[in-house]
Design a protein around this ligand. Structure first.
Ligand code: ADP
Ligand code: MG
Length: 199
């Protein structure tokens, strides 16, 4: 069973990983964006860590709703509302249970990813965070480690794609040949999930 402590570890591991990789995320956002993805994500996840240190919600849903609130209010750019929606809808789907099963979590995360697709209008293959998140939820039924690998492969597979959503889509064919920053940060988020599961 996954408890509030597991979800706090997920969020703080994600914050540490985003802080470590911020420069790389910004570098990826340079050729096909506006070079702010690392700083956007780092600002948001630093706020998530700080909020979770201040108040410690005692349910999985509570942890994710608090994290979502920080991301929505602190991250400028497209990724803030999208990641905020991911965590808010996942958290809402978990309700106020003190513990959830891995199957319940996998179902809730799928609801969250679907909400991101509805909000942003992106489908798999559009060269966005969805290209890492959809394979990850598909693999989560097998294991957390499989989800991590699937997300990393999904992020790498965005390189040859032409962007059809977000800022990178303005570049048309010139967006081809670069890995998508948001798919890369989504893979970090899923890697942190697998890490929290191993701890
Ligand atoms: P901005 O593009 O506003 O500068 P960020 O740089 O923080 O915001 O985030 C860019 C990332 O957001 C992209 O790499 C992409 O993965 C993701 N993204 C942008 N638009 C969408 C969308 N409509 N649906 C899903 N993801 C999107
Ligand atoms: Mg950007």
């Amino acid at each position: 069973m996954l408890d509030a402590d597991f979800f706090r570890r997920w969020m703080t591991d994600a914050a540490a990983s985003v802080a470590r990789e911020a420069d790389r995320l910004t570098a990826l956002d340079s050729p096909i964006g506006d070079a702010d993805h690392g700083s956007n994500m780092n600002r948001g996840f630093a706020a998530v860590s700080a909020a979770l240190a201040q108040e410690a919600p005692d349910t999985p849903g509570g942890v994710l709703l608090l994290a979502a609130k920080q991301l929505i209010s602190k991250v400028g750019g497209a990724s803030g509302p999208l990641y905020g929606t991911l965590l808010r809808r996942t958290g809402k789907a978990l309700g106020d249970a003190p513990e959830v099963s891995e199957e319940e979590f996998a179902g809730a995360l799928r609801t969250g990813v679907e909400a991101v697709m509805t909000l942003g209008g992106a489908a798999p293959g559009d060269k966005t965070m969805i290209d890492a998140l959809v394979p990850a939820v598909d693999a989560l039924g097998d294991s957390f480690a499989a989800a991590r690998t699937a997300a990393e492969r999904g992020a790498e597979a965005t390189t040859p794609l032409q962007a059809r959503k977000g800022r990178a889509s303005y570049l048309g064919e010139r967006s081809i040949g670069h890995q998508d920053p948001g798919a890369t940060s989504a893979a970090l988020l899923i890697a942190a999930l697998a890490e929290a599961h191993d701890e």
